[in-house]
Design a protein around this ligand. Structure first.
Ligand SMILES: *Cc1c(COP(=O)(O)O)cnc(C)c1O
Length: 345
């Protein structure tokens, strides 16, 4: 087998969901957009539903299809992008709950699917999704009379606990929603960690479930092992890979590994990231190419069949740091070529 291999630990995923849930006194949903942050939204949703999660969030209506198929009827599948033109059949047929972002969307939804569940998304300063003050003032009474499931907003700086934007957005959210009887939600992973003022009635963690920062106590969920296709011996001074970008300073053994930027091993990791064979670090050398990576295995005594890129020695955020990015991007870039094995749950 020559594709990269992901082992996804559903017990760790469930443990992360429970640990985040235990930090609040409110309901905890699960954000499973972008195919469950790259790990498989159907499998992730099923494991969390079994553990007790009843509410899920996806980015766009299309993502709701795989999740509804995995979960069957019952659990709530919410759509952050709301009710877009052309979404009506999907929302209706799959029983999705759009988080409506504008007066246009509210109008579209109430006309196309009267009586169908919906939530409302407010902008409290991030300026990305949701209704602003004037829109909200114009439509709040009418929209709330239709008994939405949720009124929500999103924090821009929740991964920086001391950032003044957090308290500012909290205050705006209070001003926009105090006194209404609809359940409210403000916190994703970062917001949960900011404390109970941010929790309201429902929290919506994503990245923390999958082992990513800012949830420092998270258990690792994904392990990545990449097969070694061949190993060659180089003399001092020989070069490796496109652009001759690495030259060996000692006689070296170079393993060619089957994966590349087509698998989310981004080019910015060239010359910076590290593979592991059990406890021995093996530096990535030369340039990452589309389907292949070259690794210095000179220090290994045995001949490896595979090398580990995500695992106990190196988590998602360690790898992200090496590449100058964040864990979210590592996870959501993984792509469709891996074989995925699910264990636990
Ligand atoms: C992605 C997203 C979340 C989950 O955020 P994490 O930082 O991954 O926990 C929650 N709410 C909204 C609106 C989002 O876009």
């Amino acid at each position: 087998m020559s594709t990269g291999h992901l082992t996804i630990d559903l017990d760790a995923l469930v443990a992360n969901w429970r640990a985040l849930d235990a930090k609040t006194n409110c309901e905890t949903a699960a954000v499973i957009k972008a195919d469950g942050y790259g790990l498989g939204s159907g499998k992730v949703a099923s494991a969390l539903a079994k553990a007790g999660a009843r509410k899920f969030f996806v980015a766009v209506a299309e993502e709701g299809a795989a999740v509804r198929q995995a979960l069957g009827e019952g659990p709530e599948i919410n759509v952050f992008s709301g009710h877009m033109r052309g979404d009506t059949d999907m929302i209706g047929d799959l029983g999705l709950t759009p988080m409506l972002n504008s007066i246009d969307q509210v109008t579209r939804h109430l006309e196309a699917l009267p009586g169908h569940a919906f939530g409302l998304q407010l902008d409290t300063g991030m300026n990305r999704l949701g209704m602003e003050w004037d829109e909200w003032a114009a439509i709040a009474q009418l929209a709330l009379a239709q008994r939405p499931t949720l009124v929500m907003s999103h924090l821009a700086c929740a991964d920086e606990p001391d950032h003044p934007m957090n308290a500012y957005q909290l205050d705006v959210f209070h001003q926009m929603t105090d006194g209404i009887s609809t359940p409210r939600s403000l916190a994703a992973t970062g917001g949960i960690l900011l404390g109970k003022d941010y929790h309201f009635d429902l929290c919506r963690p994503g990245v923390g479930l999958y082992g990513g920062l800012p949830f420092t106590e998270a258990r690792d969920v994904v392990r990545m092992d990449l097969p070694v296709i061949q190993i060659r011996s180089l003399e001092e001074g020989e070069v490796v890979g496109y652009g001759n970008s690495w030259q060996c300073k000692r006689p070296s053994k170079i393993a060619t590994v089957s994966a590349g930027y087509a698998d989310g091993i981004i080019r910015a990791m060239s010359g910076k990231a590290t593979f592991w064979h059990e406890d021995t670090p093996c530096p990535l050398v030369g340039r990452v190419s589309m389907d292949l990576i070259t690794v210095d295995v000179t220090d290994l005594r045995e001949t490896p069949q595979a090398l580990t890129f995500l695992g106990p020695q190196q988590g998602v955020d360690d790898l992200a740091n090496a590449a100058g990015t964040i864990g979210y991007e590592i996870l959501t870039s993984l792509g469709g070529r891996y074989s995925r094995r699910y264990k636990g749950a």
